[in-house]
Design a protein. Structure first.
Length: 704
């Protein structure tokens, strides 16, 4: 896709833009280069899986482009990286016709089925041996994309195969689908491509973690989540799910005037078409495909591939075998249901039956009591399953579970094992109903359930189980990342009476620990170093580590960026908190609840005394220019700055922040959705109404 020469140039541009992030004029002048830089890094991240810059650096560059385009809407192009972010909701989906009907595939389940398919293809073609292209059968939801003159113009669901729904806005949220692709170099003017929207195993796990943080029910498997995402009303929600795409079939294309291009001759096999897609920046199964001669090689390859299935980062439910020669595909044709030149080989479902031998109730760090089904150990898709979370009381009723039941289990989307159903017809009469406890299984206090929630909770914050889970969370990789601490050590130290709360992590008596079994000098040294160095972790990790309900990693970052010191939250109102991105009423309430609890404040004070960083050290405040005595008010959502970030910048340059619009106001800085303040300011001649970009320029002016 990119030559080494191009990569070098794009890296050079990247460095230059990174050095001049505040230089909007420069970005205006070089806007095409800025877009190329962003597309290049999207490609490295989403398609070739080999990023060259951090997410943070990408975001900074993206914000720069957004700033420019905000002030100069005339410079926006349809394929600008910013144009993915649809702000308006999908009211309804328009039905559109596919250029070529989206047929399904015939299925095969064993070698004999494949031999039969091959025999028919050989007979129809008169060939003694056929070349096949084999690729994974991606387990997601199929889509079709149309690119015209190199621009993505339409994305549609499969629908009934003839007509589907136009889901272009949602599909633009998926970053592995480029908004433009250089098909013209292959002499292609219009092209229709088929592919699959999938959710990777890791995105599935992360999405479920996020749902859990929000107090929402988990999704069952990646396939259904991907499929359910296509017709979602809010495109932003599609973006949150971190979906992916594989594009595996060119169903139609027309040639342009460059049809003589030497490259246009390279489209005569399916395998070459996949290479062409890859070369144009689309994620085709270029690395996963295999071209072989004759059906025996197909069978061998598929058998081998099945054993590597668990190692793939996404789910597949089989393989697809395609006749490689396009002319031969055309000759073989299709039935009304499926092409005669391709067949799916379906892997066996990973299901097993076992016995439910007991239920354990576990208490999590938020006090949620989760029933866990204990099973007779059973082998399922490469792992032994002996326990499965069964979420909550309603779930037990829904699945009609009793201790002693035979249950059918599967690895949902082959990631997390689940109980599919019980088999009541096999009951012998001695099965026992599952009684949900009324009291915490650890501290025995009464459990509570909030209206609209399915979860019972222990609300005793001193409950041992919660305390331990909170410390485990605090030291964990995504929080304070104290290496070599880990769950096992938290439990060990707690049981030995050497650790009783979060501040205790920084007050460990290492000479006592050295008396415990398995702690030599080296491991103690490592632990001590890891604890010490965690003290300078950035503030957002500490916020996340505190385990405030509904505050996940992303929210923790937003929160950290919005303050100077963690204690600033003591004085924030719910309304102020809700001004922050992704902070709704539930999250705001939870944050306020946390910071109004004096025990929590005491804990934080203790942590600060122990040397932890409660200040936001990463915040960049531009301290140049002179705004001495000038009054400022910010309104609406600013494109790149958080409200209080902008206020700090104004103050750092001598400006004064005022709370309302009056004749005393010098500057009203307006962002998106500015309301009554803007209207009022328009009526006062002396108030200068400026954008964020103009504000940034203002503070960069040297003082006189
Ligand atoms: S080719 C005309 N290739 O499986 C041929 N399909 O069960 C079009 N699928 O409807 C399909 N991976 O949604 C093809 N590598 C792959 C595939 C694939 C997944 C899906 C596709 C199709 C379904 C049939």
């Amino acid at each position: 896709m990119y030559t080494s020469q191009e990569i070098k140039i794009l890296q050079d541009y990247t460095t230059k833009f990174k050095l001049h992030l505040q230089d909007v004029e420069n970005a205006i002048k070089h806007i095409d280069e800025l877009r190329s830089v962003l597309r290049f890094h999207e490609y490295r991240y989403y398609i070739s899986n080999n990023p060259l810059i951090s997410d943070y650096e990408y975001d900074q560059l993206f914000k720069l482009l957004e700033t420019v385009e905000k002030d100069h809407p005339d410079l926006i192009t349809k394929d600008s990286p910013t144009q993915r972010v649809g702000s308006s909701l999908n009211e309804s989906f328009v039905t559109v016709q596919h250029l070529v009907p989206m047929l399904s595939l015939d299925n095969s389940y064993n070698a004999a089925d494949l031999e039969d398919f091959d025999r028919k293809a050989r007979e129809a073609s008169g060939l003694s041996e056929i070349e096949y292209c084999i690729e994974p059968k991606f387990d997601g939801a199929s889509i079709s994309l149309i690119y015209e003159n190199d621009l993505l113009t339409r994305a549609a669901t499969r629908g009934d195969g003839v007509e589907g729904d136009d889901i272009t806005t949602n599909i633009k949220q998926i970053r592995s689908i480029p908004l433009s692709a250089a098909f013209s170099k292959y002499g292609i003017q219009q092209i229709e491509i088929r592919g699959e929207i999938i959710m990777s195993k890791i995105s599935f796990v992360q999405y479920n973690e996020w749902l859990e943080e929000q107090g929402l029910s988990p999704v069952a498997n990646p396939r259904n989540t991907a499929a359910g995402s296509l017709r979602i009303k809010d495109p932003k929600e599609v973006g949150r799910r971190n979906l992916d795409a594989f594009l595996y079939h060119v169903s139609y294309f027309t040639k342009n005037k460059n049809a003589e291009s030497p490259l246009s001759n390279s489209l005569e096999t399916h395998s070459n078409q996949l290479s062409m897609l890859w070369d144009c920046g689309l994620r085709s199964p270029e690395k996963e495909k295999k071209v072989v001669a004759g059906i025996q090689q197909v069978i061998d390859y598929i058998q081998n591939f099945e054993s590597t299935r668990d190692d793939l980062p996404y789910e597949i439910d089989g393989m697809v075998v395609k006749v490689n020669d396009i002319a031969l595909q055309e000759k073989l044709g299709m039935t009304s249901h499926h092409p005669r030149w391709a067949i799916a080989f379906k892997f066996k479902a990973r299901q097993a039956t076992t016995k439910l031998i007991g239920i354990e109730f576990q208490v999590g760090r938020t006090g949620a009591v989760t029933p866990v089904a204990k099973l007779e150990p059973v082998h399922l898709g490469g792992v032994t399953v002996s326990s499965i979370s069964i979420h909550n009381e309603d779930y037990i009723k829904e699945k009609d579970l009793k201790v002693g039941d035979t249950v059918l289990i599967e690895r949902a989307g082959d990631v997390i094992p689940q109980i599919v159903n019980s088999r009541p017809e096999l009951r012998k009469g001695n099965e026992q109903n599952i009684e949900f406890p009324k009291h915490c299984p650890i501290c025995k206090s009464t459990l509570f359930k909030e209206q609209d929630e399915a979860v019972w909770r222990c609300v005793n914050i001193e409950c041992e189980a919660q305390v331990i889970e909170k410390i485990i969370h605090f030291v964990s990789k995504d929080a304070m990342d104290i290496k070599s601490f880990g769950e096992a050590n938290v439990r060990k130290f707690y049981e030995a009476g050497l650790l009783k709360d979060i501040p205790g992590v920084y007050q460990l008596q290492f000479d006592e620990i050295s008396k415990l079994e398995g702690f030599g000098k080296k491991s103690i040294d490592n632990l001590q170093t890891a604890i010490e160095s965690s003290k300078s972790q950035p503030l957002h990790r500490l916020i996340y580590g505190l385990g405030i309900r509904f505050v996940g990693e992303t929210t923790a970052k937003t929160l950290a960026n919005s303050i100077e010191h963690l204690f600033d939250f003591k004085n924030k109102t719910e309304e102020e908190l809700q001004q922050l991105e992704d902070v709704g009423i539930k999250v705001a309430k939870s944050i306020q609840h946390f910071f109004s609890n004096h025990q929590n404040i005491q804990m934080l004070e203790q942590l600060e005394q122990l040397g932890l960083q409660l200040k936001n050290t990463k915040k960049e405040v531009v301290v140049s220019g002179g705004l001495a005595g000038q009054t400022f008010l910010f309104t609406g959502t600013l494109p790149t700055l958080k409200r209080n970030e902008a206020e700090v910048m104004a103050e750092a340059n001598g400006g004064i922040i005022v709370s309302g619009v009056s004749a005393k106001l010098n500057y009203l800085v307006v962002g998106e959705d500015a309301g009554s303040k803007l209207e009022k300011a328009k009526k006062i001649n002396t108030v200068k109404i400026i954008s964020e970009a103009e504000f940034l320029k203002l503070i960069q002016q040297p003082s006189e």
